[in-house]
Design a protein around this ligand. Sequence first.
Ligand code: HEC
Ligand code: HEC
Ligand code: HEC
Ligand code: HEC
Ligand code: HEC
Ligand code: HEC
Length: 349
Amino acid sequence: MKLKNFIQLLLLATVIMFTAPSCVKEGPIGLSGADGTNGLNGTDGKDGSVTCLACHSGNNMAQKAAEFATSAHSSGAIAVDYAGGRAGCARCHSHEGFVQFITLGINDLPVTNPSAWECSTCHGIHKTFEGKDYALRINAPVVPVVAANGTMDLKGSSNLCATCHQSRSAEPGTASPGANFTMTVRTYPHYSAQSNVLFGNGFAEIPGSVAYPTKGTADHFTKAGGSCVGCHMGTFAAKQGGHSYIPSLKACNDCHGGTPSTNYNYGGIQTDTQAKLTQLRDKLLALGVITKTTVDGVDTYAPKAGSVPMVQAQAVFNYFGIKYDRSLGVHNPKYVKALLVNTLEALNK
Ligand code: HEC
Ligand code: HEC
Ligand code: HEC
Ligand code: HEC
Ligand code: HEC
Ligand code: HEC
């Protein structure tokens, strides 16, 4: 913590300890009555310094900083250079852009010297100073970039994540209904549709044999201890969880019970999702609606610009959206399965 901030903290803590009656450790000792019997003991007040020190002990903040140093947010290697300064991108791609967006409500201000995430990107100023007031810049339900997706409440702290980790484009059938759709090389939700997958919205729900779960009912979302923070910020252990944001296997195993798994591939979910994604990709290549480029032996795929039947554009959107979600089905096993099975069925008709 910077010296200025530390002094602020000390001042605040001092003011609170000396002015707030609830911060006195012991209540007044019971007065003795005239007849010599003891009066009632006063009840213990809350310990003001403990409330602050629950989080502000030197070690705790240092621990968070050490964990955070291992997060992709902290280096911002890919995201900041490319999009951190650009109007319309900066709100999710740099510290400055996000703070501008949250405090000014403006998301198209360019940033001249963008930097990566730091503590104060996500943590602003305390409001209540008690209990679980993490001083997060935002924890209200997300007003989505794609209005048609409807307000999404990812629950408490996880709304902070979803403010950035959300879709940026409506699915083709909603964006421009019709028999055909004019694709661009970016006909996909962006690289960040994780909260849409978890919530179960914003993808092309092509009808088929597997029913789509009702929005906002996913087990990983409704169950206490789930949502983004439950899995990605579970108690830091084995280099996972906490402020590393690396999904915590301990969180999976604690909630699931039974024999602990040694990887995220519960019941083969990731293997199965990958297999279906590969099938879908090959089908889209065969239809000629996506392109393949090979550089140094690495294959890259992209949507092919041009007018195609609606269902094919929707299939392209779903393919890239699920691929870029990168949990391979874990975020919402039922929704992802319904999307992939129904999309493949529709293309194979
Ligand atoms: C639930 C955890 C938690 C509790 C309890 C808590 N804080 Fe904080 N506080 C934080 C976090 C997280 C930050 C942001 C960290 C950062 O920016 O370095 C913060 C930041 C601050 C800052 C701003 C420091 C800066 O770097 O700008 C002050 C001042 C502060 N807290 C005072 C207090 C006081 C006084 C109390 C007790 C009445 C308290 N906090 C209780 C978590 C907590
Ligand atoms: C609503 C928030 C949001 C907006 C607006 C946004 N992005 Fe992103 N973008 C993200 C998130 C979150 C990720 C990281 C996803 C991940 O790591 O899985 C990302 C990832 C990316 C990546 C991929 C980096 C990689 O890992 O290879 C590129 C490229 C990118 N964004 C470009 C842009 C550009 C250019 C703009 C503006 C035209 C933009 N983004 C606007 C949220 C956003
Ligand atoms: C990407 C956003 C983000 C960044 C960056 C971030 N935090 Fe947090 N932090 C959170 C969220 C979300 C929570 C609340 C987690 C919860 O609800 O359980 C939290 C909770 C905390 C807490 C209280 C919980 C505890 O276990 O004590 C402390 C202290 C804290 N952060 C410190 C820091 C410090 C120090 C940094 C910088 C090194 C930092 N945070 C950077 C999102 C962030
Ligand atoms: C200000 C926007 C923003 C917020 C808030 C945010 N993220 Fe991110 N996150 C990003 C971007 C952009 C990237 C890509 C960083 C890069 O690769 O350079 C990213 C990367 C990640 C990654 C790592 C992906 C990888 O490439 O390893 C995970 C996991 C993640 N975020 C989860 C979370 C969680 C959980 C929260 C909430 C506690 C959160 N994020 C809050 C924008 C954000
Ligand atoms: C059920 C637990 C769970 C929940 C809930 C969850 N995640 Fe994940 N997330 C995972 C797993 C597991 C992976 C895949 C990690 C892997 O295979 O390396 C993942 C992958 C990611 C990635 C890509 C990271 C990478 O390294 O490739 C991002 C970004 C991400 N999640 C963000 C989020 C956000 C934002 C939320 C809330 C909207 C969320 N997650 C909710 C478990 C979860
Ligand atoms: C807060 C509790 C909770 C956490 C944390 C959690 N899960 Fe789950 N998960 C559930 C519940 C509840 C279900 C639905 C009931 C069931 O199938 O067991 C479920 C279902 C699943 C399914 C679908 C099972 C099937 O056969 O359809 C997979 C796969 C899964 N979880 C993987 C994970 C992974 C991997 C993690 C950690 C990254 C994780 N879960 C974390 C509660 C949790």
